[in-house]
Ligand binder design. Structure first.
Ligand code: SAH
Ligand code: SF4
Length: 414
């Protein structure tokens, strides 16, 4: 847990569903991760791998070199067994195999949308004896010039934004760094995207990462930081920090730490420009109101014209989509290196919100554009496989078959 979640003493919700009415600002995890008897080396830092090697009797003088070799095999070559690590002696490979794995989360289902989007349902061990394993989803979105992987940070979410499906679920637990890196490993495995395996056109498939799946990454700060440092490591997966975007609903104390300790691009789930409305849409706003959030953005280490902060704004009909809102938005972002991302609301069963009409989205977007901001409207992708923003669902909180059908029908109609 991060220091921020630890201080969340008032946030109590261990039940399955959030109580109606007085919704707590933050939920607490119902589980903690229980380490596996035979742990995976994925997600460990070099120092931690060296320590593990020490624990199985590898001599101190050898540890650094062995760690480098293992790192290369895991993160450049993507091997799934120690047996394939041919530069390491057979005896040591057998020793490693006895005590550790290079396992990633198990793929339960792979779905491929008719627009090429892929969604993997991944199985993660439960922390409670006898309870079913948990599942999180990870989504790959191919575009002409890039391939973006949308990665989850928690099973469920600490927060409870009223327009987000994940927000209606309990927080089961934080993912470990290994489970976060594991999502990128799985995507590379399934897309045949490792360095020594040729992709059909010679280009890498996964070029960008967005921490925009299930969960609030800044309530799982340490694991997210450790994972992203591995993903951006030049001697491994090597995805540049400029191609990694972390999205937060506004956990102010950890925004600065993100810039300082991770150095990735920042996205803020803004969605409203008045505190009163934002308190309703993103209740965390009551703890960190707009003024504090905007100050944290102004102070974000490394922000510049070339490294703009993305402000995400979900378009909710009659709620936040007026031209007055657009005007306030432009005013509020003055002095911040910003770009705006308008997201058409993705409906889910039981939600009280509707997506803004298309011509209203266009008017809103045009106003922002004329004020000098690029304001792309995010095209919903993978709706037929429920892969769009806010539609990610885990097995623990599974929809009934009927709900699923209703969701698909909604997704297909526009
Ligand atoms: N918890 C983080 C990251 C995950 S959510 C955050 O909130 O930033 C990724 C993005 O999808 C956020 O901007 C979120 O507000 C948005 N989102 C959530 N539910 C949505 C929905 N039903 N339709 C459209 N966007 C949604
Ligand atoms: Fe959590 Fe983000 Fe959904 Fe809010 S929008 S409930 S922070 S996943």
């Amino acid at each position: 847990m991060t220091p921020v979640s630890a201080e969340a003493g008032s946030a109590i919700d261990a039940s399955d569903a959030l109580p109606a009415g007085d919704v707590p600002l933050e939920k607490i995890a119902t589980e903690t991760y229980v380490p596996l008897a035979k742990p995976s080396l994925i997600g460990l830092s070099r120092a931690e791998i060296a320590e593990k090697l020490g624990s199985i009797g590898v001599a101190p003088a050898q540890r650094k070199m062995r760690t480098q070799q293992i790192w290369h095999w895991m993160y450049v070559r993507g091997v799934q067994t120690f047996a394939e690590m041919s530069s390491i002696s057979k005896g040591m490979r057998e020793d490693l195999e006895k005590h550790f794995t290079v396992a990633r989360p198990e793929v339960v289902v792979e779905q491929i949308s008719n627009d090429g989007t892929r969604k993997w349902l991944l199985r993660l061990p439960s922390g409670t004896a006898g309870e079913k394993a948990h599942e999180v989803e990870c989504v790959y979105i191919p575009e002409t010039d890039r391939g973006t992987l949308c990665v989850s940070s928690q099973v469920g979410c600490t927060l409870n934004c009223s327009f987000c499906h994940t927000g209606t679920q309990r927080l089961v637990r934080n993912l470990t760094a290994g489970e976060i890196v594991g999502q990128i490993m799985v995507a590379r495995d399934r897309l045949n995207d490792w360095a020594n395996r040729e992709t059909p056109d010679g280009n890498r498939r996964v070029t960008n990462i967005v921490m925009m799946g299930m969960g609030e990454p800044l309530y799982n700060f340490d694991a997210v930081r450790d994972a992203l440092l591995i993903v951006s490591d030049n001697e491994g997966i090597g995805i540049s920090r400029r191609r990694i975007t972390l999205s937060t609903s506004g956990v102010v104390p950890n925004i600065k730490r993100t810039g300082e300790e991770i150095g990735v691009m920042l996205a803020i789930s803004l969605h409203a420009v008045r505190d009163e409305l934002r308190n309703e849409l993103v209740p965390l706003n009551k703890k960190y109101p707009l003024e504090e959030l905007m100050q944290a953005c102004r102070d974000y280490p490394g922000a510049s014209n070339a490294r703009r902060i993305t402000f995400e704004y979900v378009m909710l009909k009659g709620v936040n989509d007026s031209l007055d809102d657009a005007k306030l938005l432009v005013k509020m972002l003055k002095g911040i290196h910003a770009k705006i991302n308008l997201i058409p609301f993705n409906p889910w069963p039981g939600t009280r919100y509707e997506c803004s009409d298309w011509d209203q989205i266009e008017k809103f977007s045009e106003y922002i554009f004329n004020a000098g901001y690029s304001s792309p409207v995010r095209t919903p992708r993978g709706r037929d496989i429920l892969a769009a923003c806010g539609q990610l669902k885990s097995e623990t909180e599974k929809l009934s078959a009927r709900e699923r059908q209703a969701l698909r029908a909604m997704a297909m109609t526009d």
